[in-house]
Design a protein around this ligand. Structure first.
Ligand SMILES: *Cc1c(COP(=O)(O)O)cnc(C)c1O
Length: 496
């Protein structure tokens, strides 16, 4: 069979090799790279029951990364899913009540972004070799907190790479700042800027699009790349754990061979749930994909009305990683739903850009998705309910998923078994979690509640948390927004 290549959702590029797509991140026409077909999984899912996470990762990803050799891909997997994770199985699958939780938070930064960001650096360095590029990859990232840390941890000490993270000095939480400035690795650089997140983001964008600077960089043996969530190299590794989760449900005799399940995903940028959709298309027995939003419920409105409308107030919630009004990865789904029409996808995206909204006429194609949302109050209540009934402590993002799952059951009476993507450790959000369980913790801050959470949950304090308490700060760079480019030059020892 013809091997898989990539094309842009806006139609201008086709026949792109996987390694090239991973290095570029975003397509030249501004679109996202998608595989030209979704491969069927070429083994019996029942035979995955006794396979390790790493073995399943190879089976799921090999057809997508069609220009990687078996050895290359297996090496990437081996280097990614190792003792950076605090459990040998990588992703524990635990049943509590009628929900099976897929615990995606056992990596270095105790949130699900680690699943992809621990393998992306290796996919990138391998891609460099494959493309015959003999330069060092420099990752530039602007962060409002979480992505920066996960990217730093992923790229730390990966040969042939450097990573520079910019964050707004007063725009991240004290814990997030501590997490970043204590980052180890000689190739990691953390810089605070005197502006807000948007300033950091546009500063990075300016550096990326400065052709002159790119050229100077190239002459000095460097090449910029980006680790953000639209990179196909972040999407593909996320398909893996849905197969792994299903296989574990089989192993635990929660389901029978071939039995269809429903999957619930707390959603922001639409990357994680899109990966679940890819798993379904590959042949994983999945009935509905349940898209859970918080008060920023753009996707809920979209699935109900066919209208995507970002013209609304941005709400800060206790599930901050889902506080998003533009879910970038939805573009990949739209492309499919318009039968791979680059022109139509481009048109929808340009309407969103110009008018802040677009409308889809025929929503039938989207019927395997179910959208709903949880208010702040409902999110707190969900944490408390799961704790009271099952003695299991979940984080606010996972709680949004749990709440939406309950609404789904109520509304559809669908009683299929459910797998819930558990996207962060409760230790990342100690205050919201403890406050949900008992309002008496309301006045106490996050760090002071770590021991309380340990006593309440019976779960040991993860290393990621111990580190921020014990480690010293290693990064003290700061700069004015106008000077970001100079800082990059100085870090790379380049004279401008
Ligand atoms: C990023 C993130 C999400 C949202 O995932 P998307 O792929 O952006 O939809 C949910 N929960 C947590 C904890 C996250 O970090």
């Amino acid at each position: 069979m013809e091997r898989i290549r990539y094309m842009s959702t806006r139609g201008a590029e086709t026949q792109i090799e996987a390694s090239y797509a991973i290095l570029r991140g975003i397509a030249k026409d501004g679109g996202l790279y998608v595989p030209d077909r979704i491969p069927a999984i070429d083994m019996d899912i029942n035979d995955m029951v006794n396979m390790s996470y790493q073995e399943i990762a190879y089976q799921v990803m090999k057809d997508y990364l069609s220009d990687f050799t078996e050895n290359e891909l297996k090496n990437c997997i081996r280097k990614a899913y190792d003792d950076k994770f605090d459990t040998q199985c990588i992703v524990p699958v635990v049943k509590k009540g009628d929900v099976t939780y897929l615990e995606l938070f056992h990596g270095s930064t105790i949130a699900f972004k680690d699943m992809a960001l621990s393998i992306l650096p290796h996919l990138m360095t391998t891609s460099m070799k494959k493309q015959g590029i003999d330069q060092e990859v420099v990752i530039l990232t602007a962060t409002s907190g979480d992505t920066g840390k996960a990217a730093l941890a992923g790229f730390a000490d990966v040969e042939g790479t450097r990573i520079i993270v910019f964050y707004p000095k007063d725009g991240v939480s004290p814990i997030q700042e501590k997490q970043m400035v204590t980052q180890k690795g000689d190739n990691t650089y953390v810089v605070s800027i005197d502006g807000n997140f948007d300033d950091a983001q546009s500063g990075v964008k300016d550096i990326f699009t400065n052709i002159e600077f790119r050229k100077t960089l190239g002459e000095n043996g460097f090449r910029f790349s980006s680790a953000n969530s639209i990179n196909i190299g972040r999407l593909l590794p996320q398909v893996v754990y849905y197969f792994y989760g299903y296989a574990q449900m089989l192993k635990q005799e929660e389901i029978k061979a071939g039995e269809a399940i429903n999957i619930v995903v707390p959603t922001g940028n639409f990357g994680n749930i899109l990966a679940a959709y890819y798993a379904k298309k590959m042949g994983l027995p999945v009935n509905r994909l349940i898209c859970a939003s918080n008060d920023n419920k753009v996707l809920y409105d979209f699935f109900r009305t066919g209208i995507y409308n970002r013209k609304r107030d941005f709400k800060l919630t206790i599930s901050p990683s889902m506080d998003i009004l533009i879910s970038s990865n939805l573009e990949r789904l739209l492309y499919e739903m318009t039968e791979f029409s680059g022109a139509q996808t481009e048109e929808l995206m340009s309407q969103l850009n110009k008018h802040g909204e677009y409308a889809i006429k025929n929503m039938n194609e989207f019927s395997c998705f179910y959208g709903n949302y949880a208010t702040e109050e409902e999110t707190y209540a969900a944490i408390k309910e799961v704790y009271d009934e099952r003695g299991y402590v979940i984080d606010p993002h996972t709680a949004v998923g749990y709440c939406v799952y309950k609404k789904f059951r109520e509304e559809t009476a669908d009683e299929r078994k459910v797998l819930l993507a558990s996207t962060a450790s409760p230790y990342k959000f100690t205050k919201s979690v403890m406050k949900a369980i008992d309002p008496k913790y309301n006045e106490i801050d996050d760090l002071a509640l770590i021991d309380e959470l340990k006593a309440t949950s019976g779960v040991p304090v993860p290393n990621a948390i111990k580190e921020i308490l014990e480690e010293e700060s290693r990064h003290q760079r700061d700069c004015e927004t106008e000077n970001m480019q100079n800082v990059v030059a100085s870090i790379l020892n380049i004279e401008l």
